[in-house]
Design a protein around this ligand. Structure first.
Ligand code: SAM
Length: 287
């Protein structure tokens, strides 16, 4: 337990697809004035240096945000809000730091919105608290050093009945797969109309394959629309690094599928390492 530090992975291809989906969904929900509660059940440290510390050792961002940032295709309007969110924390225009989901969400908060963060790692909780304390919008943000799986339900339903929940575990523990299912079930019981973004690694392990089936069954049991988006950058058997990941979305904003139809092929082209690069986009109600 607790060997995972997101700093090693900040800005990798998995962060790119996850944060692109996150930003698009938030901005759609904010088209209406009503307050939205944003919840990050697995927050991480908040913001990461890409050029020193853990990220510099792993260099995972080179296969993710570094590639996209220097690609002309990143100038496409669809990437504008993502570029702007990252640019906000790199005011000189040079990509030195990468905002994690708490900083991305904080950047997008309107005065009426609230952000609730769970982080269990003692070191990362401390770093997250220090990082969030530096933000102007800190009074709208609450940090809890608690198990996000277990305590998510305590925040639901949000008073405004409008909410987006990001569930982004490390899957460091095999039990995380089961915990995702249980936590989402409890959450849907209390707040079936929330938008849920659940990130997952695409691995050969049985529990990884089972998770997709279980999330599909759960979405159907609650009669909720869903969307599945995956990005694969390479496909080398036996290789230990993460080569593909996805996001399962329950109650996706209706613009998300067309948005991903446009952007996933670009991510495949820019982040793909060879011809095995591919993507999946599937929804409960095909257009
Ligand atoms: N959401 C972050 C982002 O996109 O920038 C990255 C989160 S990282 C993948 C997962 C985090 O969850 C780690 O920082 C880990 O310490 C934390 N964690 C692990 N188990 C947890 C639990 N049960 N509840 C809350 N946080 C947990």
């Amino acid at each position: 337990m607790f060997s995972y530090r997101h700093a090693f992975h900040a800005g990798n291809h998995a962060d790119v697809i996850k944060h692109l989906v996150l930003i698009h969904s938030i901005q759609y929900l904010q088209e209406k004035d009503g307050a939205v509660m944003f919840i990050d059940t697995h927050a991480g440290a908040g913001i990461y240096s890409l050029r020193d510390g853990y990220a510099a050792i792993s260099q995972e961002c080179q296969g993710g945000i570094d590639r996209l940032w220097s690609s002309q295709e990143f100038d496409e309007p669809d990437f504008g809000p993502y570029r702007e969110a990252i640019g906000q924390f790199n005011p000189k225009g040079v990509l030195d730091v990468y905002p994690g989901s708490p900083f991305i969400m904080a950047h997008l908060l309107r005065p009426q919105d609230r952000l609730r963060l769970f982080e269990l790692h003692p070191s990362d909780t401390g770093i997250l608290q220090t990082n969030i304390a530096s933000l102007d919008k800190r009074s709208q943000i609450d940090i809890r050093q608690q198990d996000g799986f277990a305590f998510l339900k305590s925040l639901l339903p949000p008073p405004s009945r409008r909410g987006l929940i990001l569930m982004d575990p490390s899957y460091e523990l095999k039990t995380d797969y089961q915990a995702v299912e249980e936590s989402v079930r409890e959450a849907l019981d209390r707040f079936a109309t929330g938008t849920y973004l659940i990130w997952y690694p695409v691995l050969q392990r049985p529990e990884s394959k089972q998770l997709i089936k279980r999330l599909r069954a759960l979405s159907e049991e609650f009669q909720r629309p869903w969307l599945r988006a995956e990005l694969r950058i390479a496909h080398s058997l036996g290789e230990r690094r993460l080569q593909a990941s996805g996001v399962w979305v329950i109650n996706p904003v209706w613009t998300l599928a067309p948005f991903l139809e446009r952007t996933l092929p670009i991510l495949q082209r820019v982040l793909g390492e060879d011809t095995s690069a591919t993507f999946v986009l599937e929804t409960s109600s095909p257009a």
